[in-house]
Design a protein around this ligand. Structure first.
Ligand code: AP5
Length: 272
């Protein structure tokens, strides 16, 4: 699920660079980008443009200040997707879920999706040659220029290495801690709403109406057996990934009500 920025922020963030040299009550002078042999030519703007320029300047400062690059990690069903829903709602950060990208590729039947499917069906990690490119391509999209929330990636030392080699560095690494015995219950009870993407749980977060309940779907890897393998894969890899981000890692107790978990996360993001 992705939430875009406001059109005003986007419009200014991706506009050609110009220096607003002077803002007064009546007019604003904008210097054109410097050409090699040209003397900068001031342009006098009218009152309407003054207000637009002032708003745009403010938006740029706000955008620059609020750029956030966050990774959220944790075992299967530790609540990554649930917390991402809440983070996106509160902060409007672009959410990139490696699992969602892969599921979309499988559904579309792309070559990458065809390659990924058998690994996902078993609950194994999809090979790096598929997933690394997919995530890096997604991070290069314009809606990530202001920051991103990366969910379920990196999941191995090699994936973390690939990010670092591309100069992609998060500022905050959130790690949700939930005991294994809780996770299997969460996996098998999970249901997804295909209409709005909401993540439910038949016991902990049941659908609010019979109509919604009737349309919910279950992921094919949400069985006890596959979840056990996904959990084993997580435990084999997590220490190496955590080791790469030890300076920015924040452990969160994910075995609490989702609102309480979010309160901790919200505080950490606001402090960025
Ligand atoms: P992916 O889709 O990322 O699955 P996952 O990591 O196993 O995580 P989940 O989506 O199962 O759980 P979640 O932590 O988001 O929990 P949720 O919020 O839904 O990956 C799927 C597959 O894709 C992998 O197995 C692999 O094959 C492949 N893949 C993905 N990334 C890859 C990568 N980087 N490299 C290679 N392969 C990759 O919550 C779960 C349930 O618990 C829900 O029902 C929810 O309502 C409930 N719940 C959430 N929070 C709480 C709470 N606080 N209290 C009670 N219930 C809660």
């Amino acid at each position: 699920m992705t939430m875009g920025a406001t059109s005003q922020e986007d419009a200014f963030a991706f506009a050609p660079r110009r220096e607003i040299a002077q803002v007064s009550a009546r007019k604003v002078v904008v210097e054109q980008p410097k050409a090699k042999s040209a003397v900068p030519m001031p342009v006098v703007l009218g009152a309407g443009a003054i207000a637009a320029a002032a708003i745009a300047l403010k938006a740029t400062k706000k955008t620059a200040k609020k750029q956030r690059k966050i990774v959220i990690a944790g075992a299967p069903a530790s609540g990554k997707g649930t917390q991402c829903e809440m983070i996106v709602k509160k902060f409007g950060i672009t959410h990139i879920s490696a699992g969602d990208l892969l599921r979309a590729a499988v559904a579309e039947g792309t070559p990458a999706g065809k390659q990924a499917k058998e690994f996902m069906d078993r609950g194994d990690l999809v090979p790096n040659e598929v997933v690394v490119t997919m995530v890096k391509d997604r991070l290069s999209q314009p809606d990530c220029a202001k920051g991103w929330l990366l969910d379920g990636y990196p999941r191995s030392e090699e994936q973390a290495q690939a990010l670092q080699e591309s100069g992609i560095e998060p500022d905050l690494f959130l790690l949700l801690d939930v005991p294994d015995e809780i996770l299997i219950d969460r996996v098998v009870g999970r249901r997804l709403d295909p209409v709005d993407g909401t993540i439910y749980h038949m016991t902990f977060f049941p659908p609010p109406t019979p109509e919604i309940a009737a349309r919910l779907t279950q992921r094919s890897d949400d069985t006890e057996e596959k979840a056990a393998n996904r959990l084993a894969v997580h435990h084999r890899n997590v220490d190496a990934v955590v080791g790469k981000y030890s300076n920015i890692i924040k452990n969160i107790d994910g075995n609490r009500a989702k609102g309480d978990v979010f309160n901790d996360i919200e505080r950490l993001i606001k402090a960025m």
